[in-house]
Ligand binder design. Structure first.
Ligand code: NAD
Ligand code: DAU
Length: 354
């Protein structure tokens, strides 16, 4: 059987990707390599536990020997690299893990892949792909009138998270230019959707609202993010993997710029509709809290290259995607309750103490 190897496939986007990939009965097998940090969750993958095409390995991408063994055993035709420490606020409290996984881990993975790829036969070598999943945060922060980030926007990362992702992007680029490794990089905007860990804005607001807790909006709530439904991100990655040009980078976005306050208002309105409170609106729970240090003001993606070259467009609007997301959280409370036990409580206590 032919395989792809996915890193971080028990996290939010990686797991959505694996589930969507395996829903195609003719698709290649998946070697799913994940350390299972606080953000990784085997329960998200429960529906593919019995699928013989899914092989899960609890492995750290910093473990070179383990990576070598997986690559030589399964001989994947592609590696898709999702694994990362991904939460900006956590990178402010403790950047070391971000340097370790996002930079050292990506470097270790690239070295293992380079050794494996160098030994492939000519055709397999030419067909092989290393797809690096990155973020729009590497481009820094936009002013209100600035053009969206394009693939040629200079890098200007502002948080330990985005700086570590920028470093990993540069390593990936260097492995193409120096060694000829057939790499593809995607830089995507903010994702939302099913299985999103409730420390990020949208799932945090939904879960806090349902528990009757405050909805903590940082600063003045006027920071802008460009939102994309996670399954649209996954379809973009499939397109880039299939038809992207090695060495190229592709920006992925949903053309959905919203202020944080607008997002929270829309979520409250959806919840008022789907699960009305006995008294008042969920909007009554909104609280303005201390701003994030170094908080980037605006992100926005120009995704025209992906549309022009590969014909990709998002399937969901912000309204349709957010409606599906709210409904998913209402329908999947056991998943939410499970991830909110344990380590999650420590994080909430530390981050929202004031
Ligand atoms: P996530 O935090 O939900 O999941 C990360 C996964 O990586 C987890 O399953 C975790 O266990 C695993 N992991 C962490 N360290 C590891 C290590 N050392 N070895 C092996 N596995 C490890 O992240 P996400 O939101 O799914 O993001 C996935 C990727 O997409 C990241 O590279 C992120 O930078 C990028 N990205 C995310 C967004 C977004 O909005 N969430 C947007 C653009 C790009
Ligand atoms: O842009 C892509 C990036 O999007 C990804 O690379 C990151 O992995 C992902 O986490 C996300 O980063 P953000 O920092 O934009 O996402 P987050 O959900 O943490 O915050 C979104 C916005 O909401 C941001 O402006 C901060 C604000 N916010 C967040 C939280 C958790 C609040 O106002 N209150 C909160 O409690």
């Amino acid at each position: 059987m032919s395989h792809i190897l996915v890193t971080g496939g028990a996290g939010f986007i990686g797991a959505n990707f694996v589930l969507a990939w395996l829903s195609d009965k003719s698709a290649d097998g998946v070697i799913n390599v994940d350390k299972l940090t606080y953000a990784g969750n085997r329960k998200t993958l429960a529906s593919v536990d019995d699928d013989p095409r899914h092989v899960f390995s609890q492995t750290d991408i910093c473990d070179r020997a383990a990576l070598d063994e997986l690559l030589t055993t399964y001989r994947p035709r592609a590696v898709l690299h999702f694994a990362a420490e991904s939460h900006v606020d956590r990178s402010i409290h403790g950047p070391a893990e971000f340097i370790q996984t996002n930079i050292v881990g990506t470097f270790t993975l690239l070295e293992a892949v380079r050794a494996y790829w160098s030994g492939l036969e000519d055709v397999a070598k030419a067909d092989f792909r290393f797809l690096h999943v990155s973020t729009d945060e590497v481009f820094g922060s936009l002013g209100p009138a600035d053009h969206q980030f394009s693939e040629t926007t200079p890098y200007a990362p502002n948080s330990p998270y985005s700086a570590s992702k920028a470093a990993s992007d540069h390593l990936v680029r260097a492995y193409h230019h120096t060694y000829g490794l057939p790499v593809l990089t995607t830089n995507c905007s903010n994702n939302y959707g099913p299985y999103h860990f409730p420390e990020k804005l949208i799932p945090l607001m939904i879960t806090n609202a349902l528990m009757g807790k405050p909805l903590p909006v940082y600063g003045d709530g006027q920071n802008v993010r460009d939102w994309l439904y996670v399954r649209d991100h996954c379809s973009a990655i499939r397109e880039v993997l299939a038809r992207g040009r090695p060495g190229e980078t592709y920006n992925v976005g949903g053309w959905n710029e919203k202020t944080n306050l607008d997002v929270v208002h829309t979520l409250c309105d959806l919840l008022d509709q789907f699960k009305p409170k006995a008294n008042g609106s969920y909007r009554d729970q909104i609280t303005f809290v201390k701003d994030r240090p170094g908080h980037d003001r605006r992100y926005a993606i120009d995704a025209r290259k992906l549309e022009r070259e590969l014909g990709w467009k998002p399937a969901e609007t912000f309204e349709s995607g957010l409606g599906k997301t709210v409904q998913w959280y209402l329908d999947n409370q056991p998943w939410v309750e499970d991830v909110m036990s344990g380590e999650y409580r420590n994080w909430v206590a530390k981050q929202y103490a004031a």
